[in-house]
Design a protein around this ligand. Structure first.
Ligand SMILES: [Zn+2]
Length: 317
């Protein structure tokens, strides 16, 4: 096995929308999702967030709407046959302009999102090319943590298995720690992947709160392949240990837990035993008999297990 590196991961800068990470060069019109100061294509400091560009375009198009109203008003005044018509045209033109200025604020926001979507459709290929360039820059870093951080920025915008796999490989080259800003669900792949399985196994040890429904489903789907791995049974036991966090998980994945309950460490088994014993009215399937068997074999005389009794009221522990 390769030697893992002990490097700190910095937390990502969070934005409300993924596209807010995207910037476009005013000079050469190339896109980037990384935080560089100068455009990596033309070298100019001309990178602007896409929202700013959309805002500019929206203001421009609102300004031309206003000019259009002004023009129509002038035309109707010029072609008015009588003074009365001139007054009516001028009054309605002014009323329209006032109305326009009043709703402008609201109109601007919706025009910005229209401009943004126009930009994303029109520049699809340019954005994709920019992100590929970003990935190349990320991969060329001589520091794995920095590579991962940069890739994480790109992965906010595009999610595909190729990028996920690169991220998993980078993560697997680092020593993972509890205080790192780690993620799991966004990295889940479609197919079985031993590196991903090992990563899940490590998270089960240091950050089991990251293991949720989609991960349980992934692990159950590829249970056989994981079991065939060198430390596969430890990974499965770790994931089972994460499932006993909540009664809902125990219920949903009772079959999986029944298969791996025997390998749970005492504190995790105690929790499982308590959930199953205190809720005798629920349908636990094979899990009920299996927990009873493990209890009798290993923990019958253990003081920690003595106060657990069946209970009729149901709530999470
Ligand atoms: Zn440029």
């Amino acid at each position: 096995m390769n030697k893992k590196k002990n490097i700190l991961l910095r937390p990502p800068v969070k934005t409300k929308y993924a596209y807010e990470k995207l910037r476009c060069c005013k000079n050469c019109h190339n896109y980037t999702a990384l935080g560089e100061e100068k455009c990596t294509v033309c070298g100019k400091s001309a990178l602007l967030p896409v929202q700013d560009l959309a805002r500019r375009a929206a203001k421009r198009s609102l300004r031309s709407d206003l000019l259009l109203i002004l023009l129509l008003t002038l035309i109707s005044i010029v072609f008015s046959p009588t003074f009365q018509f001139i007054a009516i045209s001028a009054a309605s033109g002014i009323a329209l302009m006032i109305l326009f200025l009043v709703v402008r604020r609201k109109a601007l926001e919706s025009r910005i999102s229209i401009e943004l979507s126009k930009m994303f459709v029109r520049d699809r290929d340019r954005i994709a090319a920019g992100l590929v360039r970003n990935l190349e820059i990320a991969a060329a870093q001589d520091n794995e943590a920095r590579s991962y951080e940069l890739m994480r920025e790109v992965a906010v915008i595009i999610r595909n298995d190729h990028i996920r796999k690169l991220q998993i490989l980078l993560l697997q080259s680092l020593v993972l720690r509890k205080d790192m800003d780690l993620e799991l669900e966004p990295l889940l792949l479609e197919h079985f992947d031993p590196e991903l399985a090992s990563y899940i196994g490590e998270l089960a040890k240091i950050k089991r709160e990251l293991i949720k429904d989609r991960t349980f489903q992934y692990v159950i789907k590829y249970e056989q392949q994981i079991s065939a791995m060198e430390h596969g049974d430890d990974i499965l036991a770790g994931v089972a240990g994460a499932a006993v966090r909540m009664k809902r998980y125990v219920q949903a994945y009772a079959g999986f837990l029944a298969r791996h309950a025997r390998k749970l460490p005492k504190d995790r088994f105690l929790r499982l035993f308590r959930i199953v014993t205190e809720n005798p009215g629920l349908n636990w399937g094979a899990l009920q008999a299996e927990t009873a068997r493990i209890y009798e074999e290993k923990y019958q005389w253990d003081a920690d297990f003595q106060q657990i009794k069946p209970r009729s009221n149901i709530h999470d522990v």
